[in-house]
Ligand binder design. Structure first.
Ligand SMILES: [Fe+2]
Length: 679
């Protein structure tokens, strides 16, 4: 049984395919079309998934999308009606001219905000954005439009999402009639929750999805057990932690989609002297809930402009004039950062953590469980994640590598799979599904189509232990690309290639490391990475000057042999997807300065032999040479999506000042590097 899951029509469009419960492929569209956070429809990602599974779209039995326009529809209509009755804008937000850009950025080009944009706004990767009930066509405040027109827009758009079949057939160039699959709309946060549970190692777990908005909800928590996820509660539009983070990120002069991570990197430079202000902006309530002081925001009152059509998403200004009244004028993009900006960032980060732990502690109280599956854009806040074990009773945390919106493609597959499995189980239908253990209804045995008794044990369930679900290339394909580029290269054995690369890293070279299947999610995890020596304090500057051109305050991350984590960090819970920040032990900080942030922290990736043998071996070889089981790992790209193909890697190598490119078993040295190497 093949199931195709899609995240479409907003940021980080992606596709995933599952065969009989096993994840075959998952990939973001941006890696193919080279548009960062590409929104729209993931046509190339779908093609890749089908090709990898070896099936045509006609052979797929279930297809789903991580949106359900009918979810909470009555609440959306009620909200829109109330707003219309109020005449649109309210509070301080209403005084601001709509469409004045995020952080001073021009909103020109956001005109394409027609019917579809009006309803499809959802969550950005870390944070936020407008919700379907709220983004307003034309960037206006909606006063001039009748409530019925707005509702009609939304329903029209909903129909478009529902016509996934037509869209898919047209984009793949097949007839609509040839698609035999059953189509599903999976509510956004249910897709997130599914992505954090069904591929986790847990049989029972507390689940939390926390982000900007999706299907009118910003936060949802649940109990995952066996083949089902029982939603316990949620926080609705317009209240959202992601919205606060994105609004403040914009206010600090970082207007682009996905910039929230920069503020997380800036926060340790500041003091949280504005914490009381942020406690007023977002206050906690009983039952794990929280509420915004809506005076500080525009999204609920005026709508926020956004575009998404096959480009990088653009979100209009979310914060209202009240921000400037509280903190002073917004920082203009490109102007120097001062103490005020650093302190606002520190305060915001602290408040996010306080609210996050407030929800998590309540979730623990409700479930009594100590295993947590975490998802949603806010789950990319690795600083918060790294403090979960210190601030809540949770003892194990699973953060799926694509915890943000791209991962909902995967969640859609498993939500459908679990429903099919559950339905089949209830009917006693023999089918090729693998059930998870746990839950009252799931006890006993089930036979699969082959007649094999499939007892419900852990061994039958797919656990997503790695993020390597994207394209891979043979050495023959790689060699062909190198020859086409007229590059000189050497070919090494498996054993030699890690040893040579480790030596180059230890010698201070900047090494491109392109191996195996590409990662799913935002982090390069040793297959599409640039790797350098973490012992050299100047490596940050070298990387920034030669390749990355990032803001100097942003940290670089360490990859460490999993079994050595406790020797270097104050916590040792595995972090295989680089979504946890721990404190580096004080006595180790001088040893690995290039990956130790200003506050002594590091956003680490723990690397195991089982997870990525070649990368593990590379770090082992580096450790043998230097005594340090850590390398600096940054994504293989230069201000673009992470490279996907050998062609992308070669192009990046050529246009930057990387010293050596290891691509499969081949190594290409920059010319001047060849000369110094030979001398
Ligand atoms: Fe989301």
């Amino acid at each position: 049984m093949y199931i195709l899951g899609i995240n479409a029509y907003h940021g980080d469009a992606a596709a995933a395919i599952v065969r009989d419960g096993e994840l075959i492929a998952a990939v973001e569209e941006e890696r193919f079309n080279r548009v960062k956070h590409c929104a729209g429809f993931p046509t190339e990602a779908v093609r890749y998934c089908l090709k990898t599974a070896g099936v045509g779209i006609e052979e797929v039995q279930h297809i789903g999308i991580s949106r359900d326009p009918s979810a909470h529809l009555h609440k959306k209509v009620l909200f829109a009606a109330k707003r219309a009755a109020r005449g649109g804008g309210t509070g301080k937000g209403g005084r601001q001219e709509a469409g004045a850009g995020a952080g001073g950025r021009s909103q020109k080009g956001i005109a394409d905000f027609g019917l579809r944009g009006a309803d499809l706004g959802q969550t950005s990767d870390f944070g936020t954005n407008a919700d379907e009930a709220h983004a307003v066509p034309g960037g206006g405040n909606g006063n001039g439009r009748g409530i019925f027109a707005q509702i009609k827009d939304r329903l029209g758009n909903a129909a478009k999402v529902r016509d996934l079949k037509g869209e898919l057939a047209a984009l793949l160039g097949v007839s609509k009639n040839s698609l035999k699959a059953e189509f599903h709309n999976i509510e956004h946060h249910r897709a997130h929750l599914a992505s954090s549970f069904y591929v986790s190692p847990f049989e029972r777990a507390a689940l939390l999805s926390i982000d900007g908005f999706g299907d009118f909800v910003s936060t949802m928590w649940a109990l995952g057990e066996g083949n089902s996820i029982k939603v316990l509660d949620h926080v609705e539009y317009p209240h959202s932690t992601g919205i606060v983070y994105t609004a403040t990120t914009q206010f600090l002069g970082f207007p682009y989609y996905g910039d929230e991570g920069k503020i997380m990197g800036l926060a340790p430079y500041g003091r949280p002297r504005f914490i009381e202000q942020f406690r007023r902006i977002i206050r906690t309530e009983s039952g794990g809930k929280f509420k915004l002081d809506l005076d500080y925001f525009r999204h609920h009152a005026e709508g926020v402009e956004m575009t998404w059509d096959q480009g990088s998403p653009v979100i209009g200004r979310i914060y209202s004039d009240a921000y400037a009244e509280t903190f002073g004028p917004a920082r203009e993009l490109g102007t120097p950062l001062g103490d005020r900006e650093r302190d606002i960032a520190a305060s915001l980060q602290q408040r996010l953590e306080e609210v996050g732990f407030h929800v998590m502690n309540h979730l623990h109280e409700q479930t009594g469980l100590t295993d947590l599956g975490l998802s949603g854009g806010v789950a990319y806040n690795s600083v918060m994640n790294g403090k979960i074990l210190l601030n809540t009773p949770f003892r194990r945390v699973f953060v799926q590598p694509a915890a943000g919106d791209s991962g909902t493609a995967l969640g859609v597959c498993y939500e459908i799979y679990s429903r099919v499995a559950e339905a089949g189980w209830r009917k006693g239908v023999k089918q090729s599904v693998r059930l998870r253990a746990g839950g009252d209804d799931a006890a006993g045995e089930l036979s699969d189509v082959s007649g094999r008794a499939a007892s419900q044990t852990n061994s039958l369930r797919y656990v997503m232990e790695t993020a390597y679900t994207g394209p891979e290339f043979t050495d023959a394909e790689i060699v062909a690309e190198l020859e086409a580029s007229k590059l000189q290269f050497e070919t090494y054995t498996d054993e030699e290639v890690t040893k040579r690369a480790a030596r180059d890293i230890a010698n201070g070279l900047v090494v491109g490391w392109f191996q195996g299947r590409m990662e799913f999610g935002p982090r390069a995890l040793g297959n599409r990475s640039i790797v350098v020596d973490p012992r050299r304090a100047d490596m940050k500057d070298i990387l920034n000057e030669r390749i990355k051109k990032r803001e100097p305050f942003r940290p670089f991350a360490p990859s460490i042999l999993e079994e050595r984590t406790g020797d270097y960090f104050e916590q040792s819970h595995p972090s295989p997807t680089m979504l946890m920040v721990y404190q580096v032990r004080p006595e180790r900080r001088a040893e690995i300065p290039a990956v130790t942030h200003v506050d002594g922290s590091g956003r680490l990736q723990t690397v195991s032999r089982e997870g990525n043998l070649r990368y593990y071996q590379l770090i082992c070889d580096f450790s043998e040479l230097t005594g340090v089981p850590v390398v600096l790992n940054t994504s293989f790209n230069e201000n673009e999506p992470i490279v996907c193909t050998p062609r992308h890697a070669i192009d990046c190598f050529m246009k930057t000042r990387m010293d050596v490119l290891y691509i499969g078993n081949q190594a290409v040295r920059r010319k001047e590097e060849v000369m110094s190497h030979e001398s």
